[in-house]
Design a protein around this ligand. Sequence first.
Ligand code: HGY
Ligand code: MN
Ligand code: MN
Length: 434
Amino acid sequence: MSIPAHRSVLPRTYLPPGAGLRVDGDSMLRRLAEISRFGASPGPGITRTGLSTEENAARDYLAGQCRADGLVARTDQAGNLVIRRAGADPTRPVVLIGSHIDTVGNGGRLDGTYGVMAAHEVLRVLARHDVELAAEPVAIAFTNEEGAHFPYPFLGSLAIVGKVNTGYASTITDRDGRSLRDALDAAGGDLDRIGDAAWPSGSIAGYIELHIEQGPILENRDVPIGVVEAISGRSILDITVRGSQGHAGTTPMSLRKDALVVAARVVLAVERLATARGLCSVSTVGYLKPDPNVTNVIPGAVALTAELRDGRTERLRAAEQALLTDLAQLGTATETFIEVDLRRVTHPVRTDERISRLIAEAADGLGLSHLTMPSGAGHDAQIVAEATPIGMIFVPSKRGISHAPQEDTEDDHLIAGANTLLHTVLRLAGEEQR
Ligand code: HGY
Ligand code: MN
Ligand code: MN
């Protein structure tokens, strides 16, 4: 019977007697604070976007920490940092653990990075106690999970499952025109050889990702550990509305084809998909750029993105179709041209029942209450699921806030999550003490 956590936070010394291995929470938190410096200025929040100089510096910092611990850290052709124990037998199957170290703009210090630093700490503990396991735990820091600067999300995890569309990736530039190719080069990768980053089929026995919940459920239920059962899928529609640019003072209202007024109706149509029409779980326009974006000019064009998410594929498809129909009708009614490029970024996935059971057992063994729940956020785990069974562990987010400077989690919950990851790895990798 697991003991419910207390309203405030878990007392730091809360451990059942004879608990066995534990992470070094203080040193993990210290390194988490240190890596959070990269991208922290000018602030607020952290801007350490994928393949940026800030992410490269953070990766180098972590690689240095690994080497100081006697671990082997190397950057693959996709810019992922792969961390292993020295002298590990490369023929053994691998239990992969990790997450991403890139952030959104003005993001938080924990999204992704917490899971990477905890995975590093798990490898440190196993090495320090010389624990030999049937499968080898390997930690990974994926790059560009968010796609916040170079709009190719999940680049790193797509690379290890061999699913990068290099033709499309070679067309990707940031909004300043810098190519993803050049940025990947600067990060130590190589787009032309990104195929080398793929892991052989069957070489990964399982993948476990520890992550902050980024929502309010665990905190509201006062439960320290979430066992994720499914991860939402995501579609992005890149939309361009083309009207007629003109003089804001002399153009009669009846003669205007104001692209921004039409775009405003697009934004409301997107919002209604999830609210009034209930066609998908959530729908968002997070990016919108009028052109020329000048006070006394009627916008001639607007670029915007609609992002739709749901846990069920058929609902996502229906929501996509409903929006496409809305946009076609809106273009006709307003005599504007509305172009749409539909990108199905991820499919909804379910996590592996056996790994989820091991996560729950690990939490029980640590005396931590846990809750089975879905993930509304997307994660590298749903990409890695193409190659191996996956599991995800959540810890509470304060006030459910994420992708914002206020993103935060209690230290005790961060430590509890890392210990749950450690004991799930021990179970999944099949402990064989020497
Ligand atoms: O957007 C997401 O769901 C994730 O944070 N990349
Ligand atoms: Mn995120
Ligand atoms: Mn994340």
